[in-house]
Design a protein around this ligand. Structure first.
Ligand code: 13P
Length: 341
């Protein structure tokens, strides 16, 4: 393992004013997104949609440090035959790959999931590296509800995560460590803080046991936020303060960068929260975005599967990317949203 090189990649992924585009929706997830805009989820449509994003040159080169790809996409070619990974590299961005194989119900833990995909991972990683991937993603999901999460669920997930991270570093790939505490429930922000803190403490302990070099990872956490169904929603300032408090208590300064998931927040909330978090700086790590929905919702809707909408969709993507780039520096202002394309 060349740790200096891993650290360089991790720092590039979270470089000032830049963040990650999560475009790694699994076949099932992208079908749901396409269903919502009335587009059939064929291999060609998935390619066209993602090609549209990767060819948004200004957004990509100014704001997007790396793109998380799904297995299908990393092997795909653009309409003109250029490999999609080459489009990403040409824009000065790093290709990355989602390597987990989704979730399965965790035995004896009703309603809880464990992320799978370790079995052949050591064989798969060198192939992804050869194809250009310099970082990978593995997402664990921790749900909050009556009586959950269980310790068993947290332990199983952080253990698998640490095994994945160690395998990635051995293959000279930076692991994104993503233990996501879901915001789907009716819990309040303090319950989210309590669970997020517990999960992160367990996660970093397990990374230590598995001898993962923290200088060569990127942490992708949830923000500390009230559940979507909670009647008691927190202010932007409260989200920022509680998120920073939990992260400072749990994330060693050896970690070069933190890139949040958006998790179902509205586009503007995800930007406002990231901005408010960075305004609480200086922080021990570079803090940015690794958004899927909060970067793609607007361009996806604008595109709606029609070639004539490509330019407008790219503008919508460029706008969200620019707003999040400002937020990553703590320089976003709400009135900039009105000037949207
Ligand atoms: P969201 O920003 O839509 O949560 O997606 C990020 C991601 O990669 C989730 O694993």
């Amino acid at each position: 393992m060349n740790l200096a090189e891993l650290n360089k990649v991790a720092r590039a992924m979270t470089a000032p004013g830049k963040g990650l585009l999560a475009a790694d929706e699994s076949s099932g997830t992208i079908k749901r997104r396409f269903d919502a805009i009335g587009v059939e989820s064929t291999e060609e449509n998935r390619r066209d949609y993602r090609e549209m994003l990767f060819r948004a040159t200004e957004a990509m080169s100014k704001s997007i440090s790396g793109v998380i790809l799904y297995d299908e996409t990393i092997w795909q070619k653009a309409k003109d035959g250029t490999p999609l990974v080459e489009l990403i590299k040409k824009a000065g961005s790093l290709p990355g790959i989602k390597v987990d194989e989704g979730t399965k119900p965790l035995p004896n833990c009703p309603g809880e999931l464990v992320t799978i995909g370790l079995d052949k991972l050591a064989d798969r990683l060198p192939k992804y590296h050869e194809q250009g991937a310099r970082f990978a993603k593995w997402r664990a999901v921790i749900d909050i509800g009556p009586g959950i999460p269980s310790y068993a669920c947290i332990r199983a997930n952080v253990h698998a995560m640490a095994r994945y991270a160690a395998l990635c570093q051995t293959a000279q790939i930076v692991p994104i460590v993503e233990p996501e505490v879901l915001m789907d429930g009716g819990h309040d922000i303090d319950r989210c803080a309590e669970v997020s803190e517990f999960v992160l403490k367990e996660q970093f302990q397990e990374l230590y046991y598995q001898r993962v070099a923290l200088e060569g990872i990127v942490l992708k956490p949830n923000m500390v936020i009230a559940g979507k169904k909670s009647a008691k929603q927190a202010s932007v300032e409260e989200v920022a303060e509680k998120t920073v408090k939990v992260l400072k208590a749990c994330v060693p300064g050896a970690v070069p960068g933190i890139a949040f998931l958006s998790g179902g927040q509205s586009d503007e909330d995800a930007t406002a929260h990231l901005d408010a978090i960075n305004r609480l700086g200086p922080l021990p790590w570079s803090v940015t975005f690794s958004y899927g929905r909060a970067l793609q919702a607007a361009p996806l809707k604008t595109w709606s599967g029609k070639p004539e909408n490509v330019a407008a969709a790219q503008r919508a993507f460029a706008h969200r990317a620019a707003m999040n780039s400002l937020a990553a520096r703590g320089q976003w202002k709400q009135d900039l949203e009105k000037k949207a394309a």
